[in-house]
Design a binder for this molecule. Structure first.
Ligand code: NAP
Length: 288
């Protein structure tokens, strides 16, 4: 534990509706286990306050932050520098502060890469259906294309214009893949059936039994369903897929791996993965 307030360095998560965020619990557990004098808090702000918040963070003692829903894209214009990987996908989820300079990174891509790695042979070079069109979606698409050479990605989003915008932007940034959008629920069964990987990148199912896909959609055993939602650990979408024999991954793995990469950026040290996993699972049990 820090011996005095002066020796403490501060970090936190910037977003909206952060009541159930697990990042403070995860990082605090790791800081404590490694004896690091860091304190991790919550910075809940609306978009209009982002510029003033970031100004106030350019102070001694502030080490960095995570950025979450809904600021991952909007925050870019208020930072001083952007890591090329974050620039390439147009979303930032991690900020490093050094000498008054705020640099943006995207560690969600590393989180997705590591979460999908055990299933690489199932998905490499194949097609994916991605539900959502936000900051997390960009990280999922970037990893699918760059790490797993996926050949065709279809995006379905509640607001179809955002899906169209997203595929146009990803098509420019990562042109080795073909991109499509679908406009309505009626097109979902065919899109699901044509995909080796189905990913939910919306918050649907977070602390609820809702699913981003209709209950009558069916899956097959050669499909992988990845839900970025981590609370509950087994979402309704995962249960639907599992019942049909498909493989599933929940958001916990992505959460831990994106956290590990952010920790490395802030501290230059190795993350205590087991400590983080235990702390997050314990916290999820108390929430359920
Ligand atoms: P974001 O940039 O705000 O995007 C949210 C997306 O979800 C948008 O496409 C939005 O659709 C859609 N959406 C939101 N509410 C919806 C609803 N009720 N019905 C249908 N669609 C809805 O957010 P984000 O940062 O990508 O985060 C999305 C989710 O991923 C969050 O739950 C977050 O916790 C989770 N996440 C998890 C990890 C992890 O490590 N496991 C990492 C990143 C994100 P519209 O365009 O129509 O608004």
């Amino acid at each position: 534990m820090p011996s005095s307030l002066e020796s403490v360095e501060y970090l936190g998560i910037i977003g909206r509706s952060l009541k159930h965020t697990l990042s403070p619990v995860m990082h605090t557990a790791v800081f404590r286990s490694l004896g690091l004098p860091y304190s991790y808090g919550v910075m809940e702000v609306t978009a209009e306050f982002l510029p003033s918040l970031l100004c106030s963070l350019r102070t001694r003692g502030f080490l960095g932050a995570n950025v979450t829903i809904p600021h991952k894209q909007a925050i870019i214009s208020f930072l001083d520098a952007i890591d090329p990987d974050a620039q390439a996908i147009g979303a930032v989820n991690t900020i490093l502060h050094k000498g008054g300079v705020l640099t943006g990174f995207n560690t969600d891509v590393v989180g997705v890469r590591n979460a999908l790695r055990p299933f690489a042979t199932m998905i490499r070079g194949r097609s994916a259906l991605v539900i959502g069109a936000g900051g997390g979606t960009r990280a999922v698409i970037a990893s699918c294309v760059k790490d797993y050479a996926m050949d065709h990605i279809t995006v379905y989003n509640r607001t179809p214009e955002r899906a169209v915008e997203l595929v146009a932007s990803m098509g420019q940034r990562l042109p080795s893949c073909r991109y499509d959008t679908i406009n309505g629920l009626q097109e979902l069964p065919e899109a699901v059936a044509a995909s080796s990987l189905i990913v939910n990148t919306t918050p649907i199912g977070m602390n609820s039994d809702a699913s981003p896909l209709p209950r009558n959609i069916s899956f097959s055993k050669n499909q992988l369903v990845f839900d970025v939602v981590y609370s509950p650990l087994q979402t309704t979408l995962m249960q639907q897929a599992h019942a049909d024999g498909a493989q599933t991954i929940g958001g916990l793995e992505m959460l831990l791996h994106q956290g590990a990469e952010a920790f490395r950026i802030w501290t230059g040290k190795e993350f205590a993965m087991d400590v983080a996993r235990t702390a997050v699972i314990q916290q999820l049990r108390t929430l359920s």
